[in-house]
Design a protein around this ligand. Structure first.
Ligand code: ARG
Length: 477
């Protein structure tokens, strides 16, 4: 199930010979071989190794700080963990499925390397608070990476919006030509969706950055731990207030997946437009060859695979959100093994979001806007009909009457196979005597967009100002 995009850098080495588990004391027979494989998580949770080691180092420092470990024991643990980190990164760590998960693999290796001091590391903690801490630390780092990629994409959209602030195109409702807009305005609509996603990611990070460590198995620990010390070491903003909640809460992972699902929905909508726009029927944009693929049978084809695939990824991101919500819905307090199932959906959501954002941030600057085709499309479909109605209103005609008058003019055009600006002043005046020569100014595309000159409007001047405000908002938070 692990998604291996170009963004995933760590490739786990194969599993090696079995080792002894740390909890066999009360058992009379070894674990069934299939059960061992079925319950193990090391194949996917080993990606937490860096954060597991960081958490252990902070825990060891805290234990020495409160006098539970000697400074010699602490130093031996820290040095041993540093060696293990290097060993993992060299791809030489002997991962063992018998040791179940990343936590027990690293702890067992530590004892193997440094002897009895290694066995003291787990004092005052449990894998239950350890895993919750590791996942939060890992997710916090990934959130920061994702945020940077999201901002790179928003910047690319802002640049495109500024470049195409004056470019005219048809705006659609019901996918029918509605009113002229500027291409830049459309790009900034996409930027707004993504800015909300960025806000959601920021909010999510606040609740991710709370430390469960110290909750131990579920009830806390009898050692004189200093949770604030550990939290400072690890850069957590706060410590979880309730030990039962600390080990069982996965809201933060659900929130991240909700962010991912909504971002995926936005990217999917953007993709749908790019797929339509790059078709020969629309011909609005051209996506660089580097982001398209050909057909093995039809030589003329250039397919928008990147937007199509990103549109498809939305489905899997929605799936991960539903998987986690369903995972949690029936769980009693506190930790249950069910929680091990949080990782694959969360990890895949992270990888998928990173992949989609990277490919989009790289692709957007390589979109060529076909200004002539956009203009020609905006001229079709009576896109300035509303402007004609507004013109009549300015001349004293009530809006509902104006609507009716323009509707009749449009029907006349459809029957004659012509467009509104092609009618003579006399023909137009036949629909309402208030219409005079100056009507052509409002029937032009430029006149139509320039008239929508208020905050949030499509006028080129407004698009340029809005683009500047997006940059400022990106610099702010
Ligand atoms: N691999 C486990 C998980 O991901 C770690 C915690 C196991 N705790 C336990 N009591 N079995 O959730």
């Amino acid at each position: 199930m692990l998604y291996c995009g170009a963004v995933q850098t760590y490739h786990p080495p194969p599993m090696t010979a079995p080792k002894e588990k740390p909890w066999t004391g009360r058992f009379t027979e070894p674990t069934d071989a299939f059960v061992e494989a079925f319950t193990a998580s090391v194949e996917f949770d080993q990606r937490l190794y860096r954060h597991d080691i960081a958490g252990s180092i902070a825990h060891a420092r805290m234990l020495a700080h409160v006098g539970v470990l000697t400074s010699a024991e602490r130093d031996a643990i820290i040095a041993g963990l540093a060696e293990i980190l290097a060993e993992i990164e060299r791809g030489e760590f002997p991962w063992s499925i018998r040791l179940e998960d990343v936590h027990m693999n690293i702890e067992a290796r530590l004892t193997e390397r440094i002897g009895p001091a290694g066995k003291k590391l787990h004092t005052g903690r449990s894998r239950n608070d350890q895993v919750a801490t590791d996942v939060r630390l890992y997710l916090r780092d990934e959130i920061d990476t994702i945020r940077a990629e999201l901002e790179r994409l928003i910047h690319a959209l802002v640049e495109l919006a500024e470049r195409e602030a004056e470019t005219l195109m048809p705006g659609f409702t019901h996918l029918q030509t509605a009113q002229p807009i500027t291409f830049g305005h459309h790009m900034l609509a996409w930027a707004e969706m993504l800015l909300r996603d960025r806000g959601r990611l920021h909010d999510c990070r606040c609740r991710v950055n709370v430390m469960p460590l110290g909750a131990a198995a579920l009830a806390g620990t009898s050692y004189p731990i200093d949770r604030a010390f550990t939290a400072r070491e690890l850069g957590f903003d706060a410590v979880a207030e309730n030990s039962l909640d600390a080990v069982s809460d996965r809201d933060f992972a659900i929130e991240f997946c909700a962010f991912a699902a909504l971002l995926g929905t936005h990217l999917s909508r953007m993709s749908e437009e790019l797929v339509l726009w790059s078709s020969s029927q629309f011909g609005f944009v051209d996506i660089a060859d580097a982001f398209c693929t050909g057909s093995s049978i039809m030589p003329q084809k250039k397919n928008p695979d990147v937007p199509e695939l990103v549109r498809g990824k939305a489905g899997r991101l929605n799936g991960h959100l539903i998987a986690l919500l369903t995972l949690m819905k029936g769980q009693p307090l506190a930790y249950n093994k069910d929680n091990q199932e949080d990782k694959e959906p969360l990890f895949d959501a992270i990888d998928t979001v990173k992949g989609c954002l990277k490919v989009y941030a790289d692709m957007v600057p390589r979109i060529t806007v076909q200004r002539e085709a956009l203009r020609a499309a905006a001229l079709r479909g009576f896109s300035t009909a509303t402007d004609l109605a507004d013109y009549l209103v300015r001349k004293g005609v009530p809006f509902r009457d104006a609507h009716e008058i323009v509707g009749k003019a449009v029907r006349y055009c459809i029957e004659a196979g012509r467009d509104l600006p092609e009618l003579t002043a006399a023909e137009l005046a036949a629909f309402s005597p208030v219409i005079t020569e100056e009507v052509y100014a409002v029937l032009s595309l430029e006149g139509s967009v320039a008239a929508r000159n208020h905050i949030g409007g499509t006028a080129p001047e407004q698009v340029k100002a809005a683009a500047r405000r997006v940059r400022a908002r990106l610099a702010e938070l």
